[in-house]
Design a protein around this ligand. Structure first.
Ligand code: DCP
Length: 218
């Protein structure tokens, strides 16, 4: 723990769908003193037997609001979860939910402006009233066509209908947030890694972040 304020050094791992966030987190399993919080996709696929991810992709206009409301709750729970280790590594965050996915759904019209307004009020409340801390963002930067091919290959059943244009727009929203810094409350410095590399080369790229995440010379 950081002795000054007894909270862990918190790293958010961000990037487009299929950019390798889970693989990145798994790379850090070898190190002690680090808590890995992988994204709760399984919770989104099974809330009391309901697959919210599937409902959202099948009928976005009807289910986007419900899905994003639940994503926000699960992300907030991860942000607030206490850890016993000095470092906490989280897959995604409430920020990418807001700046990338909810923004995308508003622009596409799958979220009605009134639904967007409710989610926006939640984000504002959380931002001002609930401490959500981050010390570093690792941005796994990719090319949309490359992650699109990966998504097709991994064949997660819910995602088969996702078109390349959706991935391209999400890419732009990640770039606006993390590279162009278009939001005033970007919560932490950003480390950009090349996540286009294939599995045989990616470990070397991941290693570039070790010293910043573990905060020692490695
Ligand atoms: N998703 C969404 N809204 C969010 C977060 C995620 O609609 N606020 C969707 C997009 C994907 C699925 O949930 O269909 C999981 O997306 P992620 O990019 O978060 O996770 P991946 O499993 O694709 O990550 P990676 O392949 O990088 O490990």
């Amino acid at each position: 723990m950081d002795s000054a304020n007894s909270r862990p050094f918190t790293v958010l791992v961000e990037g487009n769908i299929g950019s390798g966030k889970t693989t990145f987190l798994e790379h850090f399993r070898q190190f002690e003193d680090i808590t890995l919080l992988t994204e709760p996709v399984e919770e989104w696929r099974n809330l009391k037997g309901w697959n919210l991810l599937d409902l959202m992709y099948r009928d976005p206009s009807k289910w986007a609001m419900t899905f994003q409301a639940y994503v926000s709750l699960t992300m907030l729970e991860m942000h607030r979860r206490p850890t016993r280790t000095p470092v906490k590594l989280m897959e995604r965050s409430i920020f990418s939910a807001k700046y990338c996915f909810v923004e995308q759904m508003k622009r596409l019209g799958t979220l009605h402006p009134a639904q967007f307004a409710v989610l926006d009020e939640w984000f504002t409340f959380i931002n001002t009233e609930i401490p959500v801390e981050a010390d570093l963002i690792v941005y796994l930067k990719t090319t949309p066509s490359i992650v699109y091919d990966r998504i097709k290959k991994r064949a997660r059943s819910e995602e088969q209908c996702v078109p390349l244009t959706y991935i391209e727009e999400l890419h732009k929203l990640h770039e606006d947030w993390l590279i162009n810094r278009s939001h005033a409350d970007c919560p932490a410095p950003v480390l950009v890694l090349d996540a286009d590399l294939d599995l045989s080369q990616i470990t070397e790229e991941y290693k570039k972040s070790e010293h910043q995440i573990l905060r020692k010379a490695v």
